[in-house]
Write a protein that binds this ligand. Sequence first.
Ligand code: 4NP
Length: 167
Amino acid sequence: MSDMSDMRNDRDIAKPAILFLCLGNICRSPLAEGAARVAFADAGIVAMLDSAGTGDWHIGHPPDPRAQAEARRRGVDIGDLRGRQLAPEDFYRFDLILAADGENLREARALAPADATARVRLMLDLVPGRQGASVADPYYGDEGGFAATWDDVSAVAAALVAETASG
Ligand code: 4NP
């Protein structure tokens, strides 16, 4: 016999499937994926988590070294992640696609198949008081930008876990 948590894992009951989306998939969305992986694991919730970019420049690339360093400072290793581009099938594989900014959101909606089952929202729409805000792109800035990105995406991860845990 399985207990409830085993049933959940074995049969994927209510297992959330969440895709984090940004432009390059080397800064914001891998940091969001890393923060969410740790937050869900710490909460004991099994989830399917991934990240992608709307652009194709960084397919197969590891996260930006500054993003990896910031994650490491926060105790999270994202060095195994590799860039990939958003694809039409993502709109069926995931329940929720969370875009870092308004441009990513528009591009995702433009690519979404007519019968897509995923909901597409801004990452910060989940964070009280931050609805409609973008996670700023740190790529062209200095390292302080990556610390701000981590703060934003860890707030998103905490909100996702709270929402999932409350059913
Ligand atoms: P990301 O940042 O969208 O947070 O991964 C960027 C990474 C790369 C580029 C732009 C933004 N780029 O132009 O290569």
